[in-house]
Design a protein around this ligand. Structure first.
Ligand code: CMC
Length: 425
């Protein structure tokens, strides 16, 4: 493809065009400021590519999502979460030997330093588990300094994935006043997590297959989503060469917001509100259309998907399985289905291409699995961890990457003289 031409004040400059492996086209404006003194302005970054990446491909118009080229439908139904983590981070599906080694090391590193357990004592029982997760992940850097790149460059990646699940489960146990349950090395990643969440020292606990399978799929569906808010945050922080724990901790905080990963908690709170209001979902669809109300249908809409979110399609199926196999009858599921049906036929939502996103049904499934509402975003974080790490690693391994430092168009006062306080009105 030929270069793009930009004409400014009658002056023409040529800007190279970059074409990705799926035919996505970007104009490389790297020379723009040097040649013209101007910058581009794109609040919210809707038109800005911040990097080139080979991790995940999304076609939002067609509803396509692929991890390292593999369709989400295939990985979600055939792979295990640790296998997908390896794929995202190292770029290829592990062979048998690589997988054994990977699973072995993820298992060996699940314990956290005993002293870290004392940290949990400092939090109030009401502390949001996302605050605990981000603080504990940042705190891991105090125990595990950057490794020697010559001997074991990836050890902190393994530690992070293995220990984050333990931290998440410990924070839940702390919040309900139960003793923590130590990890078990004879269990798989997902079974071990569910065991740490739901077992108690006084009785035997067998992880139900349906919970294990649902968790595996939910984690895979959340594992990466290219340059979303939290991943861009991880890249932003990591670009200053901050360590992996500090960079991921920042991503966890970015995920917490209700417009991003925090939406799964907000969806349930919204459905509960509709239920308490007599199940009048039409009223809330109308409210979401009224800009003055400040109310949005949580779990609807997406910056990139202008088609049904492929993850939501898969999650809906998991919801049906989980509810059927557990024999759960949750009125919130009916409210969610009715809300979806009405919104999908409503002109406001149709015109704006607003479909249910990954978070619309994930919370309902977690609720049926017995996971409390304030842990939903933590579950999202555990799933997204490999994606964050893959992007952090991709950036750090790229010798051409620079510190991320956007510019701005200044709109404040022009130069003026300082006035002493006794001369101010
Ligand atoms: N309910 C009602 N109206 C909406 C909604 C919604 N959930 N989402 C977008 N709109 C409207 C919005 O008011 C705007 O209308 P208009 O063009 O008349 O001004 C139009 O649709 C475009 O919305 P936008 O806010 O410009 O879109 P965005 O790309 O900046 O925001 C979003 C994307 C996901 C933040 C937004 O759709 C939203 O707030 N959704 C609810 C929160 C949510 O479910 N977040 C989870 C996202 S998926 C999980 C993840 O990856 O984080």
């Amino acid at each position: 493809m030929s270069d793009a031409k930009l004409i400014i004040d009658g002056r023409e400059i040529e800007l190279p065009v970059v074409v990705g492996s799926e035919g996505e086209v970007g104009i490389d404006i790297g020379a723009l400021r040097g040649a013209t003194g101007m910058i581009t302005l794109d609040p919210g970054y809707g038109n800005t590519g911040s990097c080139q990446s080979s991790v995940t491909f999304i076609d939002g118009e067609k509803g396509i999502l692929r991890y390292r080229g593999y369709p989400i439908e295939q990985v979600a139904s055939k792979a295990t979460f640790p296998e997908v983590a390896y794929l995202l981070i190292y770029g290829h599906l592990p062979n048998r030997k690589e997988l054994e080694r990977w699973l072995g090391s993820l298992t060996r590193h699940t314990l956290i330093h005993e002293d870290m357990k004392k940290f949990f004592e400092g939090y109030l029982p009401s502390t949001h588990p996302m605050a605990i997760l981000s603080s504990m992940v940042a705190s891991l850097s105090t125990y595990y300094p950057d490794p020697d790149p010559a001997t074991d460059p990836n050890i902190n990646i393994v530690r992070l994935i293995a220990k984050a699940a333990t931290v998440a489960a410990f924070s839940y146990k702390k919040s309900i006043g139960q003793p923590i349950i130590y990890p078990r090395n004879d269990l798989t990643y997902t079974r071990n997590f569910l065991h740490m969440m739901f077992a108690v020292p006084t009785e035997a606990y067998e992880v139900p297959d349906v919970l294990n399978e649902a968790l595996n799929m939910l984690l895979i569906l959340h594992a990466d989503h290219e340059q979303n808010c939290s991943t861009s945050t991880v890249r932003m922080v990591g670009s200053s060469q901050a360590n992996i724990f500090a960079s991921i901790s920042a991503g966890i905080n970015a995920l917490w917001g209700p417009l991003h990963g925090g939406a799964n908690q907000k969806v349930i709170e919204m459905l509960e509100m509709i239920q308490a209001d007599g199940g009048n979902y039409e009223k809330y669809v109308d409210l979401a259309k009224d800009k003055e109300s400040g109310f949005r249908l949580m779990g609807f809409g997406h910056r990139v998907y202008k088609n049904y979110d492929p993850r939501a399609r898969l999650i809906k199926r998991v919801a049906d399985d989980v509810f059927e196999q557990l024999g759960v009858d949750d009125p919130l599921l009916d409210i969610a289905r009715n809300l979806e049906e009405i919104a999908l036929e409503d002109d406001y939502f149709v015109e704006r291409k607003l479909y249910p996103n990954v978070d619309f049904y994930s919370g309902i499934i977690y609720r049926a699995m017995g996971i409390p509402t304030n842990m939903f975003t933590v579950m999202f974080a555990l799933g997204r961890l490999p994606g964050w790490i893959a992007h952090w690693k991709e950036m750090r391994d790229d010798p051409t990457s620079r510190i991320n430092r956007p510019r701005q168009i200044y709109t404040g006062p022009t130069e003026r003289d300082y006035t002493p306080v006794n001369q101010r009105d």
